[in-house]
Design a binder for this molecule. Structure first.
Ligand SMILES: Nc1ncnc2c1ncn2[C@@H]1O[C@H](COP(=O)(O)OP(=O)(O)OP(=O)(O)O)[C@@H](O)[C@H]1O
Length: 384
């Protein structure tokens, strides 16, 4: 906007300009008396919205509700948005702030109630330090209602997993992956700066902020010649959710953390990839799969292995294939390809830097050599 030089205006023009601004200013700031009146009206309005009669929880301790019920006079239940181990997440209308919110209604079981209070504590720490700028979901409020801890969140859109599923697990374009990856690393760095570890990072726990999407015709046609469609989020903005398993890095926590398919090697036991990269249910096989794809486990990681994990190593290397439980297991590991061959050519010019990023602490130079020596040992073992 161009600033007005009042010295060049006629008296009449100046009067009009001032009058307009004055009226605008007054409307923008209600008087204290008006505010008090609005507060009273809201209280009377809220008192009309009674809670429904108390019902028994279901067998798993979930809160029983009907759509349209009030959850305290302040919130009206509109729909169910999700369900997890801890409870159900309900879309609600907040009559006080006049916005849609997502409320996690936690099961009325002691261990889940206790974990929910830790989640509240973590969420409050995250909010206090970020001044609204972090990629972690914001807590709006919390309360204890009929023995259920209820955590009120800003309402977000679908998860990355929901999106991948909708696209029949075809991968996101690499530019979008890069944007999501950057925000994810920023949020993890922010948590680490507060000595917090999320421990359950996975596409299910990464939500898009907006639900808006584009529907684009895909490359492939169905066998009947019909065009298939791809759905793409309009905005790449994401936020992390589910801080129920967050650990403090200076306190003892369970040695095995995170969901198997996304578990990192330092947990001895990742990928924003539709398919699970390591389809396994066994620790040694899981580590062997990682070696196959990424190269040998770095020595410093082996040295740091704790008591429970020592059994997976012999003479400073993974006890593989000697420790394999079956030939099928050796075959399942051998079927996997090296990481650099898995990265699709569609990544284009950024392919080598992408491989570098994913490769992390693994030594790329010795990886190929290591794989050929493993192949030789595998073959010998299969023969015997
Ligand atoms: N703020 C939010 N906005 C929109 N949807 C949400 C929000 N928070 C959670 N959800 C939905 O509810 C589901 C369950 O939430 P969440 O993962 O926090 O629950 P949980 O019981 O702790 O789950 P888990 O079993 O993974 O520990 C999510 O997968 C997501 O679909």
């Amino acid at each position: 906007m161009v600033p007005i030089d009042s010295s060049r205006l006629t008296m009449e023009q100046q009067r009009n300009t001032k009058r307009r601004r004055l009226a605008w200013d007054v409307a923008a700031s209600p008087t204290e008396q008006q505010q008090q009146q609005e507060g009273k009206v809201r209280k009377i309005e809220l008192s009309r919205h009674n809670s429904p009669p108390k019902r028994e929880d279901d067998r798993e301790g979930h809160y029983m509700y009907s759509l349209g019920d009030n959850l305290t006079p302040r919130y009206k239940i509109l729909s169910k948005m999700g369900e997890g181990t801890f409870g159900r997440v309900l879309e609600c209308w907040d009559r006080q702030t006049r916005e849609y919110v997502a409320i996690k209604v936690v099961r009325s079981i002691r261990k889940y109630r206790d974990a929910a209070m830790i989640e509240v504590d973590v969420l409050e720490q995250l909010a206090k330090n970020s001044k609204g700028r972090s990629h972690c979901v914001q807590i709006r409020n919390w309360f204890d209602y009929r023995n259920h801890i209820c955590i009120v969140f800003e309402k977000l859109g679908p998860s990355l997993f929901d999106f991948l599923k909708r696209n029949k697990y075809s991968p996101f374009p690499v530019d979008l992956v890069r944007e999501i990856g950057r925000q994810l690393l920023e949020s993890v760095a922010y948590m680490h700066s507060l000595h917090l570890i999320h421990t359950d990072l996975k596409p299910e726990n990464i939500l898009l902020v907006s639900s808006d999407y584009l529907k684009l015709p895909g490359y492939k046609r169905s066998s009947q010649g019909e065009i298939s469609y791809r759905f793409l989020p309009k905005s790449s903005e994401i936020k992390l959710i589910d801080f129920g398993s967050t650990a403090y890095d200076n306190q003892n926590h369970s040695s095995i953390v995170s969901t198997r398919h996304y578990r990192a090697p330092e947990d001895l036991d990742g990928a924003t990839h539709g398919e699970a990269l390591f389809q396994t249910h066994e620790n040694l096989e899981h580590l062997a799969m990682m070696e196959r794809v990424l190269g040998p486990i770095p020595e410093h990681m082996i040295r740091r292995a704790n008591r429970g994990a020592e059994k997976y190593f012999r003479r400073s290397r993974l006890n593989w294939p000697e420790g394999a439980v079956s030939r099928e297991s050796i075959r399942a590991v051998r079927k996997l390809d090296r990481l650099k061959n898995m990265i699709s050519v569609t990544v284009g010019g950024s392919r080598s830097s992408f491989v570098d990023l994913l490769q992390g602490p693994y030594d790329t130079a010795t990886a190929d050599e290591h794989q050929s020596s493993l192949d030789a040992v595998d073959k010998r073992r299969m023969k015997t």
